[in-house]
Design a protein around this ligand. Structure first.
Ligand code: 0L1
Ligand code: MG
Length: 262
């Protein structure tokens, strides 16, 4: 690691304050160009610890930048991992207050709920499918704290991978009932289709994103706990939203889920 504990704690407080006050910032690697991957995840861990100390529940995990469309949109080549919170959870059909966010975008995802813990290394799609309770349509509202979404991978990891809000809903399905590679999705904004895709856009199979998360955690001596809700990553590019917008995701054979922006 290149950063000392005091710097990690200070950057965590700074980035979390940007989140809570909906204030943007230049990316932190401008000031700390030598920070490494461990520093980036240590800052994210420190943000997580601050939230837990304040009584926030961590309700799940997320993989991000898992599709080529997202990687191209953001100019990066590797997935990233983060956590999702109780206050980020929006009920199906519920409302997001845009005034609490900086420049939200929304992306269509497949969410996994695990019935058993999963630990890497060596985790693969088969192990993920065997450990999954059900999959369910979901959308993630991302809101990078970095000005104009301009960041590099280390900065975005430290910023809990732009996590802001999420919604799951529709019809939960056993993984034996759906081919997650060919399952089709349409995301509509204000009734107009704005994004289309299929599950295979996520690393060839959305379960591969969960396996990558388990392997990432395994390398840190951690695991995906039983019961975890996990967002496997945007199937398409993220779409910008503003107050007054309403977004619906339809997933083939899995119903639909909606969210509104106020
Ligand atoms: O969930 C995601 O794919 C977002 C990862 C962070 C990058 C971004 O803000 O788009
Ligand atoms: Mg996402």
């Amino acid at each position: 690691m290149k950063l000392d504990q005091a710097t990690i704690a200070r950057l965590a407080e700074y980035l979390e304050t940007c989140e809570l006050e909906a204030r943007d910032t230049p990316k932190i690697t401008d000031e700390y160009p030598d920070m490494d991957w461990d520093d980036a995840y240590a800052i994210q861990d420190s943000i997580r610890a601050r939230k837990i100390a304040r009584g926030t529940r961590i309700v799940g995990l997320k993989a991000g930048l898992t599709s080529f469309a997202k990687m191209k949109q953001m100019g990066v080549e590797t997935p990233v991992f983060g956590f999702i919170t109780d206050y980020g959870s929006i009920p199906d059909g519920g409302e997001v207050k845009v005034s609490e966010l900086i420049h939200p975008k929304i992306e269509p995802e497949i969410a996994f709920v695990m019935k058993r813990a999963l630990k890497g290394p060596g985790c693969h799609i088969g192990a993920v499918l065997a450990a999954t309770d059900f999959v369910i349509p979901g959308m993630e509202v991302i809101d990078s704290r970095y000005r104009d979404f301009k960041f590099d991978l280390k900065s975005v990891i430290a910023d809990n991978t732009s996590s802001a809000r999420f919604v799951v809903g529709g019809l939960p399905q056993a993984v034996s009932e759906v081919d997650l590679r060919t399952v089709g999705i349409v995301m509509e904004k204000n009734g107009e289709p704005v994004a289309f895709g299929a599950g295979a856009a996520v690393l060839g199979h959305p379960a591969a994103a969960i396996a990558a998360l388990a392997n990432h955690l395994g390398a840190r001596g951690e695991e995906i706990p039983a019961g975890a809700l996990i967002l496997s990553g945007g199937i398409t590019e993220a779409v910008a939203v503003q107050a007054g917008d309403s977004v619906t995701l339809r997933v083939q054979g899995m119903g639909s889920v909606s969210i509104r922006f106020k």
